[in-house]
Design a protein around this ligand. Structure first.
Ligand SMILES: Cc1cc2nc3c(=O)[nH]c(=O)nc-3n(C[C@H](O)[C@H](O)[C@H](O)COP(=O)(O)O)c2cc1C
Length: 458
């Protein structure tokens, strides 16, 4: 592609664009706008008012933009610089979409008590504002005056459109089409030089862009909870959302792996790029895991499988009649069985093989252990089950349990001291875990430095 063709296709290439989201019902559209900005080459940072964060999760925006969203003008970067000042100084463009009536008023008057206003005040970058609100609100003389004031600052206003509104009324208040906002964004920067091309002058990324370092790997991940039938309508289940396993599947896909996701009950969207296998009970999950094992380079068992199941599920729905006892029997230990199976069938070993299956003759095995309270049992469990890595977490700790977006885990490598990791998002845990899979594969073992990240692996 010629430079000119590339400029046409990715007109925001290399530019640092701040997408500022305020508390309108249209905030959900900001995720699509972010993707559109990035598709045209923008390096992005999301700013959100606290109200915006009630309409759309900062985690969604962080995951898409690869930078933690800024929510507070008092926030400092990890190196203690003031977050919004760094963002304001490096920005090539600020897009405020959707912009609420409150924000237009705050900005028109320079009231810097939210991160969006503070950043705009501190920046020399062009600003594009796309208001969204009820039609009466947009027509109110106060709003009109605020809009005029912003135009007086040189800000581009992308007027809302006429149409049905979330309130059920019709009026001029719908956030403009994303294409119209994108046109305004491109025009605002056209012909301007990139202000601060050096990455160090921009806020740091949450995870540095990864290499495609898992191409040729087949990663099998289990996620979610199993459901053991009591009768045709009831089951014994658990609170697993599948979020950790899905984060691992997504991270492996992003790093080039072919991924099979064996999932029980989940409450998060599953990655479409993975091969999906539904497994509702522990027995179904066992069958799926053992059948995928032979072709896997890594098996990551993040699902929460039942330890017990009803010995004899009723064939028809049980009715209420006094007290009832359920006889339970232990389920299969899938992880231990998978470990035994893969080690007993070690294939031919090629010391320079590009994947674990070729290099080690078997998949790398990773287990998860959800505990409540002390993690002391985890080390014994890792050796007993015969896994390469065990990820243990205390699911009763705030921010670390089922369904939460974050996790504080301890990595256990058999024969090594346990390694507590700090509180991280599940996406960050997934990336670190993959770094460690690669360390095992490289034969660095789990106790050698990870050459790519420079991180100690034990
Ligand atoms: C469901 C719901 C939808 C709302 N949508 C809008 C909107 O589209 N535009 C707007 O100006 N305010 C809207 N509001 C009111 C704002 O959320 C409110 O004024 C808030 O203080 C704005 O905060 P912010 O400007 O700091 O984000 C809405 C409120 C609710 C409850």
């Amino acid at each position: 592609m010629t430079d000119e063709a590339q400029r046409r296709e990715r007109p925001l290439e290399g530019r640092f664009v701040l997408l500022a989201v305020t508390g309108s019902i249209a905030a959900y559209k900001a995720a699509e706008l972010l993707r559109a900005l990035m598709a045209q080459g923008a390096d992005t940072q999301v700013l959100m008012t606290p109200t915006a964060a009630r309409f759309i999760g900062p985690l969604t925006m962080e995951t898409l933009s690869r930078r933690p969203a800024m929510l507070d003008p008092l926030e400092l970067l990890p190196d203690r610089r003031i977050g919004h000042i760094v963002a304001a100084g490096a920005a090539d463009l600020i897009v405020v979409a959707p912009a609420t009536a409150r924000w237009l008023g705050a900005m028109a008057n320079g009231l810097a008590d939210d991160v969006v206003t503070a950043t705009c005040l501190a920046s020399a970058a062009p600003v594009v504002v796309a208001p969204a609100m009820d039609g009466e609100m947009y027509g109110h003389p106060a709003t009109r005056a605020n809009v005029e004031r912003l135009q007086g600052f040189g800000y581009t206003i992308v007027d809302p459109e006429l149409g049905p509104l979330a309130s059920g009324q019709t009026g001029q208040g719908r956030l403009a089409e994303l294409g119209t906002i994108m046109d305004a964004a491109r025009s605002a920067v056209a012909g301007r030089p990139i202000r601060a091309p050096d990455a160090s002058s921009r806020p740091p990324m949450s995870t540095p862009p990864r290499d495609q370092d898992l191409t040729a790997w087949h990663v099998v991940v289990t996620a979610g909870g199993t459901a053991e039938p009591i009768d045709p309508v009831r089951f014994i289940g658990n609170r697993s959302s599948g979020r950790m396993g899905v984060a691992i599947a997504e991270a492996a896909l992003a790093r080039g792996a072919r991924v099979t996701l064996i999932h029980g009950q989940t409450s998060v969207p599953l990655p479409e790029a993975a091969q999906l296998i539904a497994a509702h009970t522990t027995a179904e999950m066992r069958r799926a895991v053992l059948s995928e094992l032979a072709g896997a380079d890594a098996l990551v068992m993040a699902a929460a499988v039942a330890d017990f199941r009803p010995r004899q599920p009723a064939g028809t729905k049980l009715t209420r009649s006094g007290t009832m006892s359920l006889e339970l029997e232990p389920t299969e230990d899938i992880l231990a069985e998978a470990a035994e199976e893969s080690r007993s069938r070690i294939g031919p070993v090629a010391p320079d093989g590009p994947t674990p299956r070729e290099r080690l003759g078997r998949p790398i095995l990773v287990g998860f252990a959800a505990e409540t309270g002390s993690l002391d049992r985890a080390s014994g469990k890792a050796s007993r089950k015969g896994v390469d890595l065990l990820v243990a977490n205390d699911v009763s700790e705030p921010g670390s349990g089922f369904g939460s977006a974050t996790n504080r885990v301890t990595l256990v490598v058999p024969g090594q001291p346990a390694e507590p990791w700090p509180m991280l998002t599940k996406a960050q845990v997934a990336q670190r875990l993959i770094d460690r899979l690669l360390a095992v594969h490289r034969g660095a073992g789990a106790s050698s430095p990870d050459q790519r990240t420079g991180e100690r692996t034990a």
